[in-house]
Design a protein. Structure first.
Length: 326
């Protein structure tokens, strides 16, 4: 276990686990939950936090949602909190009727384009019908779960902030921080600063900081951006830089994909506590179609932390080309 900055978990007596983006990858979810089950400390109150994006892209998003909802029974933890990610936000607004009984076509198209088609395929194949898709998706989600997620935009434990995508700089008072995290779980078109969507220069590329918030002492535990595309992570490979700069490399796409997957097997790439005041828990689930991505699971207690890589890639089979980081 590594040491967090002094005082980070003052007043926090729980053993906390955190799991990032799963994106419908059932084997990844099972491996992560098995680690939690095996490492739960029965002498402590235990709390499992999901950071959002359980659905889309992978084939088993609804199964992963149910497993998260039933996590106490599956792992033995005392509490579970399921935070909402941008993909659950898109799904929620796509399947929730507007005041006139119609649906938000823009949000629905955006959801399908960004991986929601896999959820639609999962539920319609199970039912054998393509009628009333919005109702079918609602019925497939455990009762009360979406409402729970909409109400849980973040979780704070001491000076740890668990949130799907991240924070922004300039939150110079506790009121500023509270107002930012109280923003409703719906992103307006073009807004790149929302806590469920933020990336790039607002958060990832802001620079080297020891902490966030008004006193610069908050450690942010987040997902949303795979470490291979996180500019402050050591897994930010030449493959990603090549795509963003438009350069042409001699290495083939398959070779670059293999190099990226090898990098993702290391927990060091997720640990940005000392450099940037954050821990990136997105291991790339749903991005690599012939490889279940290695899944980081964070364990915290007594002001210490450990990141365990579960379902590591053995790289025996030939991977498909790695995706564009866009």
């Amino acid at each position: 276990m590594k040491q967090l900055p002094e005082g980070t978990m003052d007043g926090v007596d729980e053993q906390i686990f955190a799991i990032g983006d799963i994106h419908g990858e059932l084997a990844s979810m099972e491996a992560a939950l098995e680690y939690v089950r095996e490492n739960r400390d029965p002498s402590r109150t235990s709390h499992l936090i999901f950071l959002g994006d359980l659905v889309d892209r992978g084939a088993d998003g609804m199964k992963c949602m149910k497993m998260a909802w039933d996590a106490c029974e599956r792992t033995g933890v005392d509490k579970r909190t399921v935070l909402i990610g941008n993909h659950e936000m898109m799904m929620f607004h796509s399947i929730t009727p507007l005041a006139d009984g119609s649906y938000d076509d823009f949000m629905g198209m955006n959801w399908v384009k960004n991986g929601g088609a896999s959820v639609i395929r999962e539920v319609t194949e199970a039912s054998g019908s393509t009628k009333g898709i919005e109702q079918q998706v609602r019925d497939a989600i455990p009762e009360g779960m979406l409402e729970h997620m909409v109400a849980n935009t973040h979780h704070r434990a001491g000076n740890l902030i668990f949130v799907h995508a991240g924070l922004i700089a300039g939150l110079d008072s506790e009121d500023d921080l509270a107002r930012y995290l109280a923003r409703p779980p719906k992103m307006e078109d073009g807004d790149k600063t929302h806590w469920a969507w933020v990336r790039e220069d607002y958060f990832l590329e802001y620079g080297r900081v020891t902490g966030w918030g008004p006193d610069r002492n908050l450690i942010v535990v987040h997902g949303h951006t795979p470490v291979g595309t996180d500019p402050q992570s050591s897994a930010y490979t030449s493959y990603v830089k090549a795509h963003r700069s438009g350069q042409v490399f001699e290495k083939s796409e398959t070779e670059m994909a293999r190099a990226l997957l090898e990098a993702l097997n290391s927990s060091d790439h997720h640990d940005l506590v000392n450099e940037c005041g954050r821990i990136n828990m997105d291991g790339g689930c749903g991005k690599y179609k012939k490889h279940a991505a290695p899944v980081p699971v964070l364990q915290l207690k007594d002001n210490q932390y450990h990141i365990e890589m579960t379902l590591r890639n053995d790289l025996e089979s030939k991977p498909q080309a790695a995706p564009s980081p866009s």
